[in-house]
Design a protein around this ligand. Structure first.
Ligand code: CA
Length: 264
């Protein structure tokens, strides 16, 4: 139904001079847009915009309605304390890099779900030396509820744990000090696990489906400042019947140049 409507709309817009690119749902998905975001995106052809001007007054200003290449890739400017002066960085940066960079400037850990990187190219602070990851296997975890350990040659150490029912939990005691937890997991459908540190609920953490197969492992990065000896507990909040499989956890140590441990 929607596909048929989309074809009609596209046919009606053929050759219209103010219409630029038309984007379909599968193209949106390929670009990382959430499913169901839109049936169709119609982008104007510069210099046109799909915005009504108030009282007929035309204004020149930036807009967000264009898929034109020159509007998708733009320059960025940073200034202030801790930022290098007078340099031009030619590499590509992404919008998701700004939150971790600002957090670094504030001396705190990146937001819990942040996936971007700190733009050290622009900072006076040099990047920290890469620390080696510390791994803790599923065998070290305490299970409760509808959890069972299974053999899998694709899993690190040959086993992983499947969590199925709501409230089922997996607990890791005595973890190392770290700035980031990396969870190796597999899930057929999107899942949500509640993250507890030392018995305190931090927040639900979203684990996207890992490529549609239960044994196809992926990683989830959780930015959180841990002290040596902390306890991490994951409690299943939302899942499909197949649940989520957790293979192991990696801990990225906070190096001397990294954020202070004030983040929570
Ligand atoms: Ca394992």
């Amino acid at each position: 139904m929607i596909a048929a409507k989309n074809r009609k709309i596209e046919a009606a817009l053929q050759g219209v001079n103010y219409v630029g690119r038309i984007m379909y749902p599968w193209e949106m998905l390929a670009r990382g847009v959430k499913a169901g975001f839109a049936d169709l995106i119609i982008s104007p052809q510069p210099p046109f915009h799909f915005r009504l001007s108030s009282a007929g007054v035309m204004r020149a200003r930036g807009q967000h309605d264009s898929l034109a290449e020159e509007a998708q890739r733009i320059g960025t400017f940073m200034w202030g304390r801790g930022i290098k002066k007078g340099i031009t960085f030619q590499g590509r940066v992404y919008t998701e890099d700004f939150a971790p960079t600002m957090a670094r400037l504030l001396g705190i850990n990146a937001p819990l779900d942040a996936t971007g990187r700190v733009l050290y190219e622009a900072l006076e602070t040099p990047p920290p030396l890469p620390g080696s990851l510390i791994k803790i296997e599923d065998q070290a975890a305490v299970m409760s509820g509808e959890a069972h350990r299974y053999q899998d040659e694709e899993a690190s150490g040959g086993t992983a744990v499947n969590l199925r029912e709501k409230h089922t939990a997996l607990e890791f005691c005595g973890v190392p000090a770290a700035a980031q937890i990396i969870v190796r997991y597999a899930a057929i459908a999107d899942c949500r696990l509640l993250l507890y540190i030392n018995g305190r609920l931090i927040r639900p953490v979203f684990f996207p489906a890992s490529d549609g197969r239960s044994f196809n492992y992926d990683t989830k990065r959780i930015n959180f400042t841990l002290q040596q000896g902390d306890t991490i507990r994951f409690v299943l909040e939302e899942t499909d019947p197949a649940g989520i499989n957790i293979d192991c956890l990696f801990f990225r140590p906070s190096s001397s140049g990294d954020p202070r441990s004030s983040e929570r």
